[in-house]
Every structure is written in C-alpha cells, then in structure tokens.
Design a protein around this ligand. Structure first.
Ligand SMILES: *Cc1c(COP(=O)(O)O)cnc(C)c1O
Length: 406
C-alpha cells in the first residue's frame, strides 16, 4: 500500500495520471519567494508563477500565517451556511471595483461558466428567450468546461467534445468592424479578455474595448471581461479594466486571486445578479473559508500603491533585459503585454520554437512559459525583487545562447 513517505519520481507520472499534461522532467518540491527547488536540490528562478498564479511568490509569510490560522479554525461549511472570510473578501472586492455583488468559485473555468450562464439567464429573463448569442474572439481562452471551451476561440481545445453549446460566434480580436457585423438584438453577451493571455499576450486596444461597450449598450447585451489572468494587479492596476476606463457588466477573476490557493470570483452589479435566486447556480466548495481567508490576505497586500506601482517598475527591468537578449540573438520581433504579463514574440526564423526555449530555460535554472508556439511569456510574482530578475535573465540568456548556437 502507498504511504505518504513513498519515493516518487517523474517516471511514475505516465502510470498514474491521465495523459493530458506533458510535465517537465524534474519535480519541484519547495519554493520561497521567486526561487524554487527540485527533488535533486537544483534551484530555479521562477518567472512562470504557476501560470500567473503565485502573485506574491511562494510561501509568502502573510499567506502562510493566514492559512495556518484559518486551517486551525474552520475549513469548510458548504453554502448551506455563509462564513466570515467570504463576506469579508466580497466586501473588499466590492469596495475596490465597479461591482455590487460577488460569487466565489474554485477555478477560472467555473467563474466563467457562472458568468456565461448568468448572461444567458439575464437575457432570457429580462429580454427574450431568443436573446442567446454570445460573441467571443479568436485565440481567446476561457477555461476547459464544455461551455468555456466553446466560448474560447481555439478549436484545438473544443474539437471532439461536441455537440457543443449553440449560438456562440467568434470574430477576430481587436477588430470592431467584425463585431459590428455580427452584433444584433439577439446578442446576450460579448466576452473578452482585456489582455489575451494564452492566445499570445495581446492587449486590447482602448478603442476596441470602448467600442464593445457602446455596441453592448446599443443592443442591451452584457459586456463580460475575463480577467482571470490579467486581473488582480498583474497589469499594474488592480484590474485591467481600470487602465482602459471601460467598465464591464460582469468580471471574472481567478489565478492571482488566491496567490496559489484555488479560488475564483465573478463580480457583477446588483441589477444583473438579481435575476438569480436561491438554487439558480452553486458550488460545494466555492467560497470556502480557507480559500477566502488566504485570498483576503493576498488582496490586502496586492491592492496597495507599493505593490501596484512596483509592477510597472519591475516590468521596465524585464523589458530592458528582453530587449538586450532580443538584440544580441536576433530573437524577438515584439515585446508586449501590460505590467507583469509580458509576451515576447519570436522572429520568423524561430517561429514554432517557444517550447524549445522554455525547456532550455528550465535546464539553465529559470522557469518561463510560452503562449502558443511563437510567444515567450513571463508572469512572475508581482513582488519579485530586482536581484531575482537579474539572475533569472542571466540564466535565460544562457538558455537562449544554447538554443541559438544549436
Ligand atoms: C487560466 C485561464 C482560465 C481558466 O482558469 P482555470 O483556473 O484553469 O479554470 C480562464 N480564462 C483565462 C483568461 C485564463 O487565463
């Protein structure tokens, strides 16, 4: 029988886990701040942040303290009862944003599923049962449930799982004319990431988001911002919509929200929320005290001028190094994104090789990500210090040299 102490290695993965991932050959076992160590004791600088999740680094003392305290107090009650950490976290989110009502879930997928169900429900309740069309964008990513992969704009994630939910239409991102061409009074929602993450780290243009807001207003459709990746400080503002001055009707948050503890939230107005009633939607774990307590502490740290303005200072350091590496190795055609959601697009002669650079980087002791085959992605802790950035970039440059020189 297996015990907690049994030795396990990467070789065990294929024998016990579904083949839906291709994890790295090493197994991380410990993290502190922006450094991670594997089973062999090798150290990595972490520019990946568990895919934009560990926004305060690994094992932040304040989060550990909250987890321990709440862990000795109350873990779970279900939604048959409410709980103090959930009520406090909801109040913080409402005080800091456009929102008047919040619901907690456990993942970005579930927050988006909630948002899309609410948008359909609102339209059919307030307007007409035929107002069901959802407009979304090519290369968008909204999660992995059947509804969210269907609203997502990457067929590779949804093909083979049909029949898919109907009346979802995809048009090119940042193309307002394309939206106008399909927008009508049967549209219940436009769903967009203000900064596309998985799809290649592409920020919406201000005119695009403003135009979507106007179109939604003209046609009584809801504007849904998926800020699962770009929200909670990553853009340098608490939420990316604040940069644009365009207020959505529904916003979803996850990833950085819990700093590594699974939790997500959907934010909306009182008017929209009020179409739901007890039993319309729910989740056994959603809003549990443990997750909400940790997220509450993460929120108090992230939503401060020091952390948020620090994001843009750190971005400058990242961009400076990436430009230098890009020039030295003739590597990047574009460095983009916002705050600490940074994309570096590979030049045509390196197209399709993002994974090669990612693996070489891990070999050289730095964790980075890709966003599709042509873009390197950097989503470090929002409080990473300059020393870690310098060291990680040195290692990344070594990795690039290895790939480029064959
Ligand atoms: C990661 C992500 C999701 C899905 O979140 P999960 O927690 O993996 O379900 C949805 N939308 C965006 C923009 C994301 O980056």
């Amino acid at each position: 029988m297996a015990t907690q102490q049994d030795a396990v290695t990467r070789a065990n993965f294929d024998d016990v886990i579904l083949p839906i991932y291709a994890p790295a050959e090493f197994i991380p076992v410990k993290g502190k701040g922006s450094r991670v160590w594997d089973q062999q004791g090798k150290e990595y600088v972490d520019f990946a942040g568990g895919i934009a999740v560990t926004a305060l680094g690994h094992c932040h003392p304040a989060l550990v303290e909250t987890l321990k305290t709440q862990g000795e107090t109350l873990w779970h009650t279900s939604n048959v009862f409410t709980n103090e950490p959930a009520l406090r976290l909801a109040r913080k989110l409402i005080d800091a944003t456009f929102a008047e009502r919040v619901v907690f879930m456990n993942s970005g997928t579930e927050a988006n599923e909630t948002a899309f169900k609410l948008a359909r429900f609102y339209a059919s309740t307030r307007h007409s049962p035929y107002k069901t069309k959802i407009i979304a964008f090519h290369n968008a990513f909204h999660g992995r449930s059947l509804f969210t992969v269907s609203v997502g704009g990457q067929p590779k994630y949804s093909d083979g799982f049909g029949p898919k939910p109907a009346d979802i239409i995809h048009v090119p991102f940042n193309d307002l004319h394309a939206v106008k061409a399909v927008m009508d009074d049967h549209t219940c929602a436009v769903v967009v990431e203000p900064i596309q993450g998985e799809g290649g780290v592409t920020a919406a243009t201000p005119d695009f988001l403003k135009g979507l807001r106007e179109l939604c207003d003209q046609h009584n459709a809801l504007l849904v911002f998926d800020e699962v990746q770009c929200g909670m400080g990553r853009s340098g503002e608490l939420f990316a919509y604040m940069h644009y001055g365009v207020t959505p009707d529904i916003l979803t948050s996850a990833k950085a929200l819990g700093g590594g503890f699974p939790i997500s939230a959907m934010l909306t107005t009182h008017e929209i929320a009020s179409v739901f009633h007890a039993g319309s939607h729910g989740s056994t774990y959603g809003g549990n005290p443990l997750a909400c307590a940790v997220a509450g502490t993460a929120f108090d740290i992230i939503n401060t001028p020091e952390v948020l303005s620090g994001v843009n200072e750190k971005r400058q350091l990242f961009v400076k190094h990436l430009q230098q590496i890009g020039e030295k190795f003739d590597l990047f055609s574009d460095i983009r994104g916002m705050g600490l959601l940074i994309g570096a697009e590979l030049k045509p002669h390196y197209k399709g090789r993002a994974r090669d650079f990612l693996y070489a980087a891990a070999d050289a002791g730095v964790m980075v990500l890709n966003a599709g085959p042509d873009v390197m992605r950097f989503v470090p802790s929002l409080v990473i210090d300059a020393q870690d950035i310098e060291e990680g970039m040195k290692r990344f440059a070594n990795a690039v040299a290895k790939v480029v020189n064959g």
